[in-house]
Design a protein around this ligand. Structure first.
Ligand code: FES
Length: 183
């Protein structure tokens, strides 16, 4: 798949349809059109294009993937294949705040599971549906965050919190909700 990505579908004789033909009829598509143009509408730039799209929307909506395929003049299956192949791409909506709970060995033996349970309960999410209905939070577990000395560890966005407890975890969520409400 990687080698395939390095080949551009726009050869010298390729006919590139205007972006309007790809259907940038919404503000959403206009944003994606700008991203695609920034990368020269090159199929070989598919991964960085998807990275930029995800940075904009926090995930890769299906209609946007279809639009990218049309704009790059590549098969939709190829775009969807890349979006689902790489773990850092999300094809489901993610919350504004990413809560990652470590369940590596050091954190697990220091009772990370009750923290996870408390935060999930607070937000009404579970492993299958990790994003809160208000799209404020997505809760994920990770194997090791590389901060075992601080176990058990929770990372919210890029901020690391060590020595966590279920109560501290819930308080963290409350603090973010209060901050969002005040914004
Ligand atoms: S096991 Fe949790 S930070 Fe390493």
């Amino acid at each position: 798949m990687i080698s395939d990505l390095n080949q551009d579908s726009h050869g010298p004789d390729a006919v590139t349809p205007p972006l309007a033909a790809a259907g940038p009829s919404t503000e959403c598509n206009a944003i994606v059109a700008r991203i695609v143009e920034r990368h020269g509408r090159r199929a070989s730039r598919l991964v960085p294009i998807l990275q930029d799209v995800q940075a904009e929307y926090r995930y890769l909506p299906a209609d946007v993937l279809s639009y990218v395929a049309r704009a790059l003049n590549v098969a939709p299956a190829r775009v969807f294949g890349v979006a689902t192949f790489y773990a850092h791409f999300a094809i489901k909506p993610k919350g504004r705040h990413l809560v990652r709970l470590c369940d590596g060995t050091a954190c697990h033996v220091k009772d990370s599971v009750p923290i996870l349970d408390a935060i999930r309960k607070k937000l009404g999410v579970d492993a299958k549906n990790p994003t809160s209905r208000d799209l404020l939070f997505t809760v994920e577990t990770v194997a090791c965050l590389g901060a075992c000395g601080l176990a058990p560890v929770v990372v919210v966005d890029d901020q690391v919190y060590g020595g966590m407890t279920p109560d501290k975890g819930v308080a963290l969520i409350d603090a973010i909700v209060a901050k969002e409400a005040a914004a």
